[in-house]
Design a protein around this ligand. Sequence first.
Ligand code: 5GP
Length: 182
Amino acid sequence: MKHVLMAISGPSGVGKGTIVKTLISRREDVVESVSCTTRKPREGEIDGKHYFFLEKEEFLRRIGENDFLEYNEHFGNYYGTPKSFVEKTLESKSIIMEIEVVGALNAKKVFPETVLVMIVPPSIEELKKRLIGRGTEGKEEIERRLARLEFELSHKDQYDYVIVNDDLETAIAEIEKIIDKE
Ligand code: 5GP
């Protein structure tokens, strides 16, 4: 059986985290890749589970060693997908990477089989409300993320699939269908 490498992107607050976590909790044949980042952990985030939290020097060293399938600098921090995990895991399972658009498009360049899925909100207004209501970021951070929103959405034509998240179960079912088809 062939396994799928899927990159899921979408503007901050669109609900991609919930979609991915729910889907993965239901399927033993799909795992999420744990990225490396130089961002500081948020409250409750566990090293090795949510991210591998690295110092910048270590991240740059690993870029030099070609350790990442893709990486990008995002809001002043580096984020990257460990290549060895992907190569090893794809032998037995499908992988979902929850990554932003620049990294996703780069992943597709180096690994053309990567399936790109973008989650979009039913309305921008709704998304802004969700983003502000999440309460994990300060005002400045929220504004930066809102500014990023247009950029993320402007790349949706380069994605293989665009899914509107107006209902969690429907969105999950659509992604499962893509995994099974691909
Ligand atoms: P956060 O700091 O909120 O956890 O993530 C910020 C952004 O970085 C999100 O859009 C997330 O999808 C993206 N991201 C997380 N891991 C990676 C990665 O390994 N590579 C890339 N390119 N983006 C990532």
